[in-house]
Ligand binder design. Sequence first.
Ligand code: ADP
Length: 702
Amino acid sequence: MNRKVNILVVDDRPEGILAVEAVLTDPTYSIVPANSGNDALKALLSGEFAVILMDVQMPILNGFDTAQIIRTREKSRDIPIIFMSAINQDEQYVYQGYSVGAVDYIMKPFDPFVLKSKVAIFVDMYRKNKLIQEQAKKLYEAEVKTYAQALDKLEIKSLRRYQYLADAIPQVVFRLLPDGQYEYFNRVWFEYTGMSPTVASGHGWKEAVHSDDLPLLLNVFQSSTEERPQDIECRLRRHDGVWRWHLLRIEAERYEDPSEVKSWLGTATDIEERRREEDRERFLSRAGELLVSSLDFTKTLGELASLAVPQIADWCSFDALGDDGSLKVMASRHAQSDLTVPASALHQRYLEAGSTDFGSKKVFTTGIPEIQHDLSADFFEGIDLDQDTLEKLRSFRMRSLLIVPMRSQGRTVGTIIFASLRPGAYLDADVRFGLELGRRVALAYENFKLFSFSQQAIEIRNDFLSIASHELNTPITSLKLQLQTTKKSLELARSGELPLDRFRKSIDASCKQVDRLINLVQVLLDVSRIQSGKFTFRFQSVSLREMVDEVLERFREVIASNNCELSLSGVEDLRVIWDKTRIEQVMINLLTNAIKYAPGKITLGFERDDGKILLYVEDKGAGIPSEKLPAIFDRFERVGNQDSVSGLGLGLYIVKQIVEGHHGKVTVSSQEGQGTKFTVSLPLDASDQEPIPDEPSQSLSH
Ligand code: ADP
């Protein structure tokens, strides 16, 4: 069906327009009249026309001028114009009409048939043009559509490719909307976080970012002008609840407008190992500083434990050998500070009563570190403690453990425990770190022990010096007095005023003091011989009874003057191979001590025991406190009322050396208020015994 077309008829005379209308009666024509050139121009602005019929002769703007303006306008330049003129019928006018763009020229009065046919031709052309235009448009639209579909397909394909690629990358890859909402995460993200796409959608994915690190990440989305990729380190939660450090690199995606962020492209790389390594390095270097900064070992361990919690562990304990040779909690910390004391008490209980097949006692015994990734409830059964303690232990809910020995120069001196509330907290790299820490702490422990030992030794030596000088001074002062008396006596004797007897007495007294001095010097010489390994023995066959008689003879006077009662028991008449002088020295030292420290009833007794002789000295004195007993055989070791009784603290030390030189043993049993018994066990023939290997002169622990 033909649509209506507009035909503009321009004539200043209404009858001219009417004449045209009368001819162009086709119902598909719409005749638009215009009474002047200006009206015609106005009509052309608002409508679309197939042809213009223009009267040439018009006032103001004639047909030609109007045509000229029409031709200058973009919209109307191609509309065919047919001039109509009655007056200017000569060639000249016709030519002018064509020069301003007329396509035809009709003379008035016109032949209706000619007008009709000419208009019909232009209308037809117009319609055909229109048709062509519409078809071209349709064609264009169809093409565009096909092209867009093809593009879509291409885009989907490349998007898929991009996703496949992103999925193949071992890192997390993501793309977020400008406000940080979820747009795309690769497979690694979902595998790592255990989230479903529904949970991650919108802002849901942020649930996997540690709340402490989230503000840092959100800052990135604010910085829309930043052109370079931004790196931030933050913790991402794994599907099992474990937080691991990641490096997030985020870059804005922009297209035409560089100020507008279209999306955020990013990757997340797991840097947990690197972070741990850095943390451990930092910890070790800080530990190194702390360990050399103070000589208060327990305090230093406390600071180390505080450093480890909560960064490395939720509970940390440093256990080391105490003075009594057993493992003790030296320092411990719990992430929840009010649990530090109960946890430490519980652990101390285990150290005292728990099995050595388990935990830190096992590590201490074997020297091999232990790592537990996920402690089950029955793990604690192995600890071999009562149910109540086990329940308490379980209540701490520790899930992973790392126990390392404190070990240096082949000696284990303690253990370090790191415990975490989360499973899998410790890796193989942590074992290396733990061993290194253990080595450093053990070294510090040894140094600390050496230091306190040398402090003790200095103290003991100082004490000894003051005692020794006092001990040496006493006989020297007496000797000097005696000599002065002797000098006076000599003068008196010379003048016959003093009987010679008195003179001899003072010489005897001087000799006694010299003997005392000799004895003291002898003791000191013995100690120095022992120290330098020159304490030798001359074994010979001697009669035991003769030896005992000689000793008793020497003591007769002393015993009487000290109100003591000495009884002899079980001495046999047999021969032994000993160093006579030295074993006499043993008896003398033990008897002297009994007289000095426990005057009263004293027994010197002998027993035979499986080819050995047991020699004992027993008294009924005040006894020795049990805690002091292990030390009394050490050098310079004195117990109790030292001021009232003289002594160098060397007698029992020398006794022990002599007895051991005879391949024997000396022991002591004592009860406070009940008395003391020293027992010396000696082989009958000390000369043919295997030598006893050298022992260090003083142990570290005592
Ligand atoms: P000294 O007698 O010179 O002090 P010793 O080595 O002989 O040194 O003795 C060490 C310590 O052992 C003494 O200081 C004393 O306290 C204690 N002791 C030794 N024998 C006895 C004893 N029979 N009764 C009580 N204490 C004793």
